[in-house]
Design a protein around this ligand. Structure first.
Ligand SMILES: [Zn+2]
Ligand SMILES: [Zn+2]
Length: 481
């Protein structure tokens, strides 16, 4: 056994490693921490929300940033006319600050899906701050917890607590810092740009969130107030709501082509809203891939930007999973769906649940008027089907009470795959000693290995042409001559 493989009794994870990991708890200077928080005292979230204490559950600072400020912006917009240049600037700056979150906070820092040169890092840390969503360090830690503990209690924005909670509720309401899952952010603590942005977070936010957009519009074309309201406050609101959709909409709307055990989903609408973060099922499966959309026609401007930065020498080491790995995931999920679909269909009574008949018994019952036909040792009751038989009533009647194996398999007519499938739904018994069926049944009784392909739920898979009634080389019969 190779030396790096843990053996029984040895711990797979060194406890020294765990204790060396940074605490999941936010440090006092972190923006999401309430100054008075003491981990020893019971947290407000330990108490149920009542009419008397509800205001204590609300995170008023976050409320001011994500509810109060946009509300003020909307009201102010009634008195501030929107100039065309300001509108264009606000949209451009919306994309820049959105990219700060998607290409910077998310794909560069939270997932290290590529590396960036210092100028690009400074740009992303700056404009990312302008989206007013907390520091890179805080954001990435929560996001790593989200990936590690998706949909569980430890997921900071679990969609299982409701769409609205995953979108905004987790910020508007106080969270118990003890609840959020532990993650390793030692690489971020070693990143000078991250540390700098975290330390000067308030200054960064004020400058790139409000001062810069106001300055550009003011100095550029004299629209100071418009720059402040539209490119500043309202643009922050739109960027926030758009990027929050990654936590809500991307876990709620769309397809799950890679894995459906958790909530992440792929949808073009989410991609359009979130600068390409909409292929979230793919993203949760392959989080360190710099792409979200893997097809050229899917909308992922964040990926296009990272690629363009690479051409300009600003980004490097773009990580990408081999398509072989991606396709394996896709095929397995398709297989799962196929199994579910197959399980809903009627494939006939399983052979091992059918009664065993003596040949003479079968013949006697057929002679007494039952419409029984034996094919490959399996007895089928075709009475209700005689009138519908595409080959005519006479043909099917001629097989009643006989061994119709050869007739059915080419002796008279080589029946189609669909015919074999249909026949299997009519089976009512097996003949003792009849072809391979009886051998198989005996093996079942004796608990021997019977090599039939089964799906995950144990349902037998019958492939086209593999029905038990299909005999490849039927014996010659008089009718075939
Ligand atoms: Zn997610
Ligand atoms: Zn992610």
């Amino acid at each position: 056994m190779p030396s790096h493989q843990p053996v029984a009794g040895e711990q797979a994870v060194n406890p020294d490693y765990l204790s060396s990991q940074p605490s999941a708890m936010a440090k006092p200077q972190e923006p999401n921490r309430t100054k008075g928080y003491d981990p020893k005292k019971p947290h407000i979230t330990d108490q149920p929300i009542t009419r008397k204490n509800w205001y204590k559950h609300v995170n008023w600072l976050n409320c001011a940033f994500i509810v109060g400020m946009p509300l003020f912006g909307c009201i102010a917009a009634f008195w501030v006319p929107l100039q065309r240049k300001t509108a264009i600037w606000a949209v451009l700056y919306y994309f820049a600050t959105g990219l700060g979150i998607t290409a910077g906070y998310h794909r560069l820092w939270a997932h290290t899906s590529y590396s960036a040169t210092l100028p690009l890092k400074i740009f992303l840390a700056g404009v990312g701050g302008g989206a007013v969503e907390g520091s890179i360090r805080w954001w990435a830690r929560d996001h790593r917890a989200h990936h590690r503990y998706t949909d569980t209690e430890k997921d900071p924005y679990s969609v299982r607590k409701g769409l609205l909670y995953s979108h905004i509720g987790w910020m508007v309401m106080k969270q118990n810092p003890k609840r959020i899952g532990r993650t390793d952010i030692s690489d971020l603590n070693d990143d000078q740009v991250v540390v700098w942005q975290h330390r000067h977070y308030l200054k960064v936010v004020l400058f790139t969130g409000l001062i810069l957009p106001t300055l550009v519009a003011g100095l550029g074309w004299g629209d100071w107030v418009g720059g402040y309201i539209y490119a500043g406050i309202l643009r922050i609101f739109f960027v926030q709501q758009a990027t929050f959709c990654v936590n809500s909409l991307a876990h709620w709307l769309g397809e799950q082509p890679f894995d459906d055990r958790n909530s992440p989903r792929d949808h073009v609408v989410t991609a359009l809203v979130t600068l390409g973060e909409g292929y979230h099922n793919f993203h949760h499966e392959f989080p360190s891939d710099y792409r979200n959309a893997i097809e050229w026609f899917q909308y992922d401007p964040t990926k296009w930007c990272i690629w363009a930065w690479k051409q300009l020498g600003l980004a490097y080491d773009l990580k990408q999973f081999r398509s072989n790995e991606i396709e394996k995931g896709r095929v397995q999920q398709m297989q799962k769906k196929l199994d579910q679909k197959r399980a809903r269909l009627d494939w006939g009574v399983p052979l091992d649940q059918l009664p065993v008949l003596e040949w003479d018994d079968y013949v006697e019952q057929a002679n007494n008027g039952r419409g029984l036909i034996a094919v490959a040792g399996v007895v089928h009751d075709v009475a209700d089907f005689i009138k519908d038989h595409p080959g005519g009533k006479a043909m099917i009647r001629s097989g009643i009470g006989k061994d119709a194996t050869a007739m059915f398999n080419g002796g008279v007519y080589n029946h189609s795959n669909a015919a074999h499938n249909l026949l299997s739904t009519m089976r009512v018994g097996v003949i003792r000693g009849g072809c391979e069926v009886e051998i198989w049944k005996r093996a079942q009784r004796e608990n021997k290995d019977v090599h039939y392909i089964k799906d995950e739920a144990g349902n037998r898979i019958v492939r086209a042409g593999n029905q038990v009634t299909r005999i490849q080389h039927p014996p010659e019969t008089a009718g075939a001559a």
